[in-house]
Design a protein around this ligand. Structure first.
Ligand SMILES: [Zn+2]
Length: 154
């Protein structure tokens, strides 16, 4: 079973507290852990056997990329990024999903190349610590901010 398909089923049932907005090609959700404040995911709507960008028809692919870029812009404006990072990996779940990270100086402390580098140079146990999970009120505030920026851009 695919974790992302499970989360999408929760969205469809109205039971996913991280859900922000449905776009044409995917769903915008706030990340479970918020060490990188504003971390957001954009989940492609269909899994089936489409696990690479090049599996999508051209029009669909362009729309998915365009919407991802709009989500990234909204995340950047909502949460004050110095730089956005975009990742499409799929080694945990192959379901197409973007990780959108607002980055700020010092956010990986002195890990990586003297504090510079990708988010995955920050230790996994720190990145996914329960201490980084937003409270109900924090999550609601984040969802409201991001939805407001998305509605301005779409
Ligand atoms: Zn899936």
């Amino acid at each position: 079973m695919c974790l992302i398909c499970d989360r999408i089923e929760m969205i469809k049932k109205g039971e996913n507290p991280y859900f922000v907005k449905e776009l044409e090609t995917g769903y915008v959700v706030i990340g479970d852990n918020q060490h990188f404040y504003g971390y957001t995911l954009f989940l492609y709507k269909n899994h089936e056997n489409k696990t690479e960008l090049f599996h999508l028809q051209s029009d669909e692919k362009m729309k998915f990329l365009e919407e991802m870029s709009i989500v990234a812009e909204a995340v950047s404006k909502s949460f004050g990024a110095e730089k956005m990072n975009y990742e499409l990996l799929g080694m945990g779940d192959a379901h197409l999903h973007w990780h959108l990270y607002p980055r700020r100086s010092g956010d990986i402390e002195n890990y990586g190349n003297n504090g510079k580098g990708p988010v995955w140079w920050y230790p996994m146990d720190k990145m996914y610590s329960d201490e980084n999970r937003p409270t109900g009120n924090e999550l609601e505030e984040m969802r409201r901010k991001l939805l407001s920026e998305l509605d301005k851009l779409i």
